[in-house]
Design a protein around this ligand. Structure first.
Ligand SMILES: *Cc1c(COP(=O)(O)O)cnc(C)c1O
Length: 457
């Protein structure tokens, strides 16, 4: 029987979905029968089989040997709750499109705002980090229409692109040797004036570096700019108690920022299509062209479409997130937080193995759960070629890593005897965002090490 082959895909939630649908239907039992049958279209099974075959052409994001980009399937509770909502398909644009799911969205967003320590807030879910950041920069621009937006050279490229879309002047600020915004460079730029907003990245996408938020907040007191925190990747690390002191202080200060973005579809265990933007001041709701009094924006009657640039949005995304937060509350030191703690532990273990190996050059210890490393070559161009070859070799042995293009300044190539003949170097990169990675580090290392030997010889 097919069921007895070792399974790599969870199916326990299928039975639970069936039970939950029965319960869901119970709430609508006063309706007359709608003539719906349990018979699927006769061709459905054939087409689904074809779809399964098409989906074979994916990297196995669900497996611990997929240790490349920021990709993993949602938690079973998120997938099941989302699927259940699909039988109704609510739209959180307006209350009559998604009554229950709008309330669930407000509760979930309030939980995220509380995690960050906002005393008051206004916010909502949206398609992802890009939309969430677009909205935060749009608000920033409305409030400081003539001023420049700054973000670090390692910030997500979306900020420069969004600024272009919105017609806002954008400049990038140099980073230090650990990929964090350089405070001297920032101060230097602030002295020249006309800075409206500084985007502070807590967890850069390529190396998981965390900008010095507390120090940037001190500069805000001096220079009077808005602070927007892009925590699309890193936000949930706020709950982790084992981070280095500097990193922990940065996350603890998010509540003092003017706005923050977090992606529940990255570390929040959700399916794609779930970003979140939160503003500290509920009054920004009035910028969305609205003539209600300010108090409206914190009332239960608020239609989320009136404080969101997107119109139709999946109510199911709110349902999935709400259910996940119910099962795994956002608590410091709780079960959910332990998942992120273990991811980081896995990253530190892999980093330690790499740092102790002559074939590789590590830049700095991971702040979160992203590890990057260069391969030792005669020159940095040589390192780039070797990294690409190891990437392919490991992939052919089912270990899926990622590549990242980083400034050579992140590495001490001189001490390693590598001639620098390029400005950037292609490195290997591993996002260890599945807690199960921790139990697989030895296996990951074994394949990586053999792949490196095969390429370097
Ligand atoms: C992923 C990411 C984004 C973009 O978010 P999407 O959900 O991919 O649209 C923005 N900023 C950071 C720091 C990110 O990691």
């Amino acid at each position: 029987m097919a069921q007895e082959t070792p399974s790599v895909l969870d199916r326990a939630s299928l039975a639970l979905l069936g039970e939950a649908l029965t319960k869901l239907e119970f709430g609508f039992s006063d309706l007359p029968p709608a003539g719906t049958t349990d018979e699927a279209h006769p061709e459905t099974a054939r087409v689904l089989g074809e779809v399964a075959e098409r989906l074979w052409d994916n990297f196995p994001y669900f497996h611990p040997l997929y240790a490349g980009q920021m990709l993993k399937p949602p938690h079973p509770i998120a997938r099941t709750a989302y699927a259940m909502a699909m039988w109704i398909n609510p739209n959180n644009h307006a209350l009559d499109g998604g009554r229950a799911s709008s309330v669930m969205e407000k509760e979930a967003v309030a939980g995220i705002a509380a995690m960050f320590g906002f005393p008051e807030h206004i916010g909502h879910l949206c398609g992802g980090g890009t939309m969430a950041n677009l909205e935060a920069l749009w608000v920033a621009h409305k409030l400081r229409p003539n001023d420049t937006i700054l973000a670090s050279a390692q910030s997500h490229y979306t900020h420069e692109r969004i600024s272009g879309v919105l017609g806002i002047p954008f400049e990038s600020v140099a980073t230090d040797g650990r990929g964090r915004m350089d405070l001297d460079a920032l101060r230097h730029r602030l002295e020249r004036g006309h800075v409206g907003t500084v985007v502070v990245t807590l967890g850069t996408t390529s190396t998981g570096s965390v900008d010095p938020l507390p120090e940037i907040l001190e500069l805000r007191d001096l220079y009077g700019f808005r602070v927007h925190v892009d925590a699309a990747y890193g936000g949930y690390f706020t709950l982790v108690e084992t981070l280095e002191a500097d990193t922990r202080r940065a996350f603890a200060a998010i509540g003092q920022a003017d706005s923050v973005v977090i992606d529940p579809h990255k570390h929040g265990l959700q399916p794609y299509g779930c970003g979140c933007v939160v503003f500290r001041d509920p009054k920004v709701g009035a910028l969305y062209k609205h003539d209600s009094p300010y108090t409206y924006f914190t009332s239960g009657e608020l239609h989320l479409g009136e404080i969101s640039l997107e119109c139709s949005r999946p109510g199911a995304a709110a349902v999935g997130l709400w259910a996940t937060m119910r099962l795994l509350p956002l608590e410091r030191g709780g079960e959910f937080a332990h998942g992120l703690r273990d991811s980081r532990k896995a990253a530190l273990q892999l980093h330690a193995k790499l740092a102790g190996d002559e074939r590789f050059i590590t830049p700095f210890q991971p702040e979160l759960d992203i590890v990057v490393w260069a391969v030792k070559g005669k020159t940095t161009r040589d390192s780039t070629r070797l990294a690409r070859e190891i990437f392919h070799e490991a992939g052919s042995h089912n270990l899926h890593l990622a590549l990242a293009e980083l400034p050579v300044a992140f590495f001490d190539f001189e001490s390693a005897g590598v001639t620098v003949d390029s400005n950037t170097v292609t490195c290997l990169r591993s996002v260890l965002m599945k807690p199960e990675h921790l139990a697989w580090i030895d296996r990951i290392w074994e394949i990586l090490s053999e792949s490196a030997d095969a390429v370097i010889r």
